[in-house]
Design a protein around this ligand. Structure first.
Ligand SMILES: [Zn+2]
Length: 211
């Protein structure tokens, strides 16, 4: 089980990201009758997004860029970025023997994402034209980061779909291993999509996230 949920963004077009969604998988094996009553998957995912800010300062574009580059969070690549999304998808299920096989009982897939964005502390006293440019940039950066956060939701939905499609016939230990293998594969896939998204958008630059 790897546990490195991470995404980082940067202003320049050479940003690198480190999407490393972390699985939190917990298999709970319960006694037969209890879980057998719940063969139908009781699945639900709900995105839980928290947004936090770091402060930047400046009286003109050049100063703002310098502040962003100095104060943006440092990614695992050692470079500073302007935005950051950290997402986790975890799953819980219980299962129980049924005949020679095993069936999933309750299934729950949880999503949690944290977004870090810049906040310009001097915006209220800045010239209108600079405020407008900041607003444009901020909205574009948010759009870009939302694209990463959406991957968390999509990963959770895919995990639910693929868990539901797992056939019977496996023993419970095998079933547990299979579910975790599937879940991890989906997380790996979406980590790759995050990376591809950054390559395609140049870390948001093509979406306007450039000041
Ligand atoms: Zn990005």
């Amino acid at each position: 089980m790897t546990a490195r949920p991470f995404r980082m963004e940067r202003d320049m077009s050479k940003n690198e990201s480190h999407p490393q969604p972390a699985p939190r998988s917990h298999a709970i094996l319960r006694g037969g009758a209890l879980a057998l009553a719940l063969i139908a998957l009781d699945a639900g995912a709900a995105q839980n997004l928290t947004i936090t800010y770091y402060d930047v300062q400046g009286g003109n574009l050049q100063e703002l860029r310098a502040s962003l580059n100095a104060r943006g969070p440092v990614g695992k690549d050692g470079a500073r970025h302007h935005g950051h999304v950290d997402w986790h998808v975890g799953w819980n299920y219980d299962y129980a023997p049924r005949g020679v096989g095993c069936r999933i009982g309750k299934l729950r897939v949880d999503v949690k994402a944290t977004m870090l964005l810049p906040r310009w502390t001097g915006v209220d006293t800045a010239p209108a034209s600079l405020q407008e440019e900041w607003e444009r940039y901020s909205q574009a950066l948010r759009v870009h980061e939302d694209g990463h956060a959406a991957h968390a939701d999509q990963a959770a939905e895919e995990i639910q779909r693929r868990f539901a499609a797992v056939g019977g016939g496996m023993r419970c230990t095998q079933l547990g291993e299979e579910l975790n293998r599937i879940g991890q594969a989906v997380l790996d896939d979406y980590a790759a999509r995050d990376k591809q998204y950054d390559e395609t958008t140049e870390h948001g630059a093509t979406q306007g996230a450039r000041l």
